[in-house]
Design a protein around this ligand. Sequence first.
Ligand SMILES: Cc1cc2nc3c(=O)[nH]c(=O)nc-3n(C[C@H](O)[C@H](O)[C@H](O)COP(=O)(O)OP(=O)(O)OC[C@H]3O[C@@H](n4cnc5c(N)ncnc54)[C@H](O)[C@@H]3O)c2cc1C
Ligand SMILES: NC(=O)c1ccc[n+]([C@@H]2O[C@H](COP(=O)([O-])OP(=O)(O)OC[C@H]3O[C@@H](n4cnc5c(N)ncnc54)[C@H](O)[C@@H]3O)[C@@H](O)[C@H]2O)c1
Length: 498
Amino acid sequence: MPTTATTAGDPGIFDLVVLGGGSGGYSAALRGAQLGLSVALVEESKLGGTCLHNGCIPTKALLHAAEIADVAREGSRLGVRTSLDGIDVAGVHAYKDSVVAGLYKGLQGLIASRKVTFVQGHGTLVAPGVVEAGGVRYTGRDVVLATGSYARTLPGLDIAGPVITSDQALALGHVPASVVVLGGGVIGVELASAWKSFGADVHIVEALDHLVPAEDVALSKGLERAFRKRGIDFTLGDRFTEVKPTTVDGADGVRVTLESGRTLDAELLLVAVGRGPRTADLGFEAAGVRLERGFVVTDERLRTGVPTPAGGHVWAVGDIVPGLQLAHRGFAQGVFVAESIAAERAAQGAPSGSGTTTSSGTVGGLTAPTPVDETTIPRITYCEPEVASVGVTEARARELYGADAVETLEYNLAGNGKSRILGTTGFAKLVRRKDGPVVGMHLIGSRVGELIGEGQLIVGWEAFPEDVASLVHAHPTQNEALGEAHMALAGKPLHAHN
Ligand SMILES: Cc1cc2nc3c(=O)[nH]c(=O)nc-3n(C[C@H](O)[C@H](O)[C@H](O)COP(=O)(O)OP(=O)(O)OC[C@H]3O[C@@H](n4cnc5c(N)ncnc54)[C@H](O)[C@@H]3O)c2cc1C
Ligand SMILES: NC(=O)c1ccc[n+]([C@@H]2O[C@H](COP(=O)([O-])OP(=O)(O)OC[C@H]3O[C@@H](n4cnc5c(N)ncnc54)[C@H](O)[C@@H]3O)[C@@H](O)[C@H]2O)c1
């Protein structure tokens, strides 16, 4: 179990005080402790934060249960006599909760074993370098702000009763008969996908012209085709105006009115219109931390520009920093900040103390880490079919490099043996600079999320299609589709028509 700091007396001065124990905060704490820093981690709820308890892990467990439901329903297509007898929601929750509980226990053990002082309580930044929780002041030479995000809603749309966010959706005790999903972004399409597999009628309303509008438009269109085939309804380019109670098939429900005048009736309205930074009323601005639209402004090394009296900084990581709101970005930023702090400490302790960190090179015996590069962070949406991408979209590449300086290739999964075996359709789209490296990879199809790791290496290491084409991919794997796509882009297609 994590050590709980005493609430009596002065807990002393820590090298690092972290406010918020989610992906960003706990990774900073773990890496800091590993590097020999004394660390206090202040968390008001559960260690692990949104991702572990209300985000990534529970949603992906639900989506896996949903996949099993689909497999049971479709067994006869492969000659296996299965049928879906129903969804035991309590059983699904038990499975999901057991996955979360196992990871939670492991994380608590890690925090304890690294001797991080875990403080359970609501913390506020009462001065640069000082976090107060439960009436105790925890002073750090460095402080990391990692308070995460909350589900946003729209003006006049209160979260209550049948109007829910992902927080309530994850705890729902039954499969709803019907849901209107407001927002066709990541959370909207993931939950719509799971509910559809469990038997609900789902209708997504997205204000922009496409589902998952941040993705390459080819993926958005691919997902729209696939959802249409699955019977998931959606309305694009329309906005919410109001919601009123109504009766749906004799039960309580909601009537959602859109700007176009269209109305949709359902048992529930899921609001999935983005997540806002949790930075209000925590003392950030009073301590000198600059906020823009609620997000913490930092430099590329994640420093807020606020020094602490002990010669350190106030840093920020995770969802409160503008950019991709992803757990793995939070992990990477937490590790980066801890390593930066350790390098600065080492530099100050070194006899020939060479001062602050630089963007590369060795300082005081520790290498100052390279800032996290957002452009090579992979993104996966775990609906069915999955959508995965890394690097830039075709549209962005044409803006960056010139309309005529970009080449693209779509490799259809119809030519991939393993995808045929799994019964999935989809494609891999590559974006390259003409005669240059691959700068974007965009995938859609069942299970393609697991393929994006290779895409990340290709884009991150600025590989040319010719480099990848010469690497032999195992047959029959879905991974092989990436090899074939690069072969085709290098001008030597095998199982592809050119
Ligand atoms: C439904 C859903 C599904 C998601 N799925 C994925 C996914 O599949 N993959 C992915 O990469 N990302 C996913 N995300 C996003 C991911 O969860 C976040 O990007 C990630 O959790 C951000 O980490 P964080 O540390 O910045 O914040 P959080 O995880 O939100 O952690 C912040 C922590 O700070 C604590 N805290 C806040 N204020 C205080 C205070 N004043 N005092 C003490 N403690 C405080 C909170 O209790 C919380 O534990 C999902 C999010 C949601 C909502
Ligand atoms: N698999 C994953 O990695 C994963 C899963 C879930 C959540 N997340 C993270 O959580 C964050 C929040 O997810 P999200 O889906 O809430 O946000 P999002 O930004 O992905 O999607 C919100 C969508 O709502 C739409 N919208 C906004 N106002 C609207 C309105 N009035 N009417 C209709 N549509 C409207 C937006 O155009 C947008 O497409 C994401 O940014 C993502 O990074 C990640």
